[in-house]
Design a protein around this ligand. Structure first.
Ligand SMILES: [Zn+2]
Length: 454
């Protein structure tokens, strides 16, 4: 395949080259050449995509995205409810296999059509066998696992004795890791350090190490958490993880709000990776001005992926909008326009994100030899005018709606705005129905608006 004469190819290569009027060749699922269009003019291909109105970027990574329950009930929680977490896990526990399959399929459609080629589902999927069909058909990459805890939690989470949870995770990894020609990776997925014993966390880290895979868990700090951990363990939350060995390049901590200097130092020293969810933090009123440490983490070289959490947290699965929030949020929080430049936001969504997820050697940038995961943005739209700085336009002007074509492993999965693995009208109707059923069955329902729907 050849992308011919693209307006710009944003490579994320070591020099961060942006090739104007660039062409890109794909052979056997990998990028074989990138150069000026004139240099590749004689290169022939089975399929040529005319790139004259397109901006090409690497595919996007979403480092924390609960895919299972939320699409059928997206938007039901009123703002005045405050945190909906309790309801969230009750709804998730009530999902049937067929419901989860359709919810996941819709999640994948939304992810792909907004340019995400790879995401981490932090253990939400209850029926991986049923959902495998959705992943197979769609061609997306996914990191999956079984969410486990062995301690107490106010949330409805799957609880097992530590030894059983470790055994289940090992079996899950052995069954799933590397399937879909390597597009599916299986990870260990304890929910959080608060809900899991040290024995369980250590055991799951060992499973991840032994199988050459990763572990992810929810992780926050802040003054109250530091006080609690100090009383219980004599350590800060992040130092506690280090003390039990649950840090390192194959550990991905989610959210990571409220960490202090010593904790940032600990993350940097141990090369522990992080996913931050800027839209979730903003919508959840998490006080990024006080607790957000993205600039400090980046300055210390911590690998940060962006995430959008569940579709009832960010509500959308558009990493372009997440990049935008990351870039804006810290400018406002620090009252300093130099914070998180557009280029940095794009790095987190691509190369840094891939590195955080442990796949940076194969993915995350456009370079010969790397797997061909690409997003082609359509600049023939008002929000892309005028076009002089493609990265500023992408992060500040555009959103996922200008994603024109998406390629994963050299295979076109979104082609000129269309996917061909599912009938969208039927799927949307099915998911709406599931949402009605799920609310009726669980009794979890709210006034649909503060305004009368007549
Ligand atoms: Zn989460």
């Amino acid at each position: 395949m050849k992308i011919d004469s693209a307006r710009y190819v944003i490579t994320l290569d070591p020099r961060r080259r942006i090739v104007q009027d660039g062409s890109l060749l794909i052979e056997n699922g990998r990028i074989s050449r990138i150069d000026k269009a004139a240099e590749l003019a004689s290169a022939r291909a089975d399929r040529v995509i005319d790139g004259r109105h397109l901006v090409v970027t690497p595919g996007f990574f979403n480092g924390h995205m609960h895919i299972s329950y939320a699409h059928p009930v997206r938007g039901i929680f009123p703002d005045e409810l405050g945190s909906p977490l309790n309801h969230v896990f009750n709804l998730q526990a009530a999902m049937t296999e067929e419901e989860e399959y359709h919810a996941s399929l819709l999640g994948i459609v939304e992810l792909l059509k907004n340019g995400t080629v790879c995401f981490v589902d932090p253990g939400s999927t209850k029926f991986p066998d049923a959902c495998l069909q959705a992943y197979t058909d769609a061609g997306i990459r996914v990191m999956m696992g079984e969410c486990v805890i062995d301690g107490t939690s106010a949330l409805t989470l799957p609880r097992y004795p530590a030894a059983e949870a470790i055994g289940r995770t090992a079996a899950f990894v052995e069954k799933w890791h590397g399937r879909l020609e390597g597009r599916l990776r299986a990870w260990a997925m304890p929910f959080s350090a608060e809900s899991c014993s040290a024995e369980l966390l250590r055991g799951l880290k060992r499973v991840a190490d032994e199988h050459g895979t990763s572990l992810t868990l929810h992780h926050n700090s802040g003054p109250q958490a530091r006080k609690d951990y100090q009383a219980r363990h004599g350590l800060r939350p992040t130092e506690y993880l280090e003390s039990i060995g649950v840090v390192g390049p194959n550990v991905l901590l989610a959210h990571v709000l409220g960490v202090d200097e010593a904790e940032i130092e600990c993350l940097a020293r141990t090369a522990t990776a992080v996913t931050m969810c800027p839209v979730t933090a903003a919508k959840g009123g998490r006080g990024v001005h006080e607790h957000g440490k993205m600039p400090e983490l980046l300055a210390r070289g911590v690998k940060i992926a962006l995430g959008c959490d569940s579709p009832n947290n960010s509500n959308h699965l558009d990493i372009v909008r997440v990049m935008n929030m990351a870039a804006l949020q810290y400018k406002d929080a620090r009252q300093d326009m130099r914070q998180i430049p557009a280029e940095t936001a794009l790095e987190m969504a691509t190369l840094l994100g891939a590195q955080a997820l442990g796949v940076g050697d194969e993915l995350g940038s456009l370079e010969p030899g790397k797997k061909a995961d690409l997003v082609l943005f359509d600049t023939a739209r008002p929000e892309w005018q005028a076009l002089f700085n493609p990265i500023n336009n992408l992060v500040y002007n555009a959103d996922g709606r200008s994603v024109h074509t998406v390629i994963v492993d050299g295979r076109v999965v979104v082609d000129a705005y269309r996917q061909s693995f599912v009938d969208e009208a039927r799927l949307f109707a099915r998911v709406q129905e599931i949402g009605e059923r799920l609310q009726a069955r669980t009794g979890i329902t709210f006034p649909r608006s503060r305004w009368p729907i007549v």
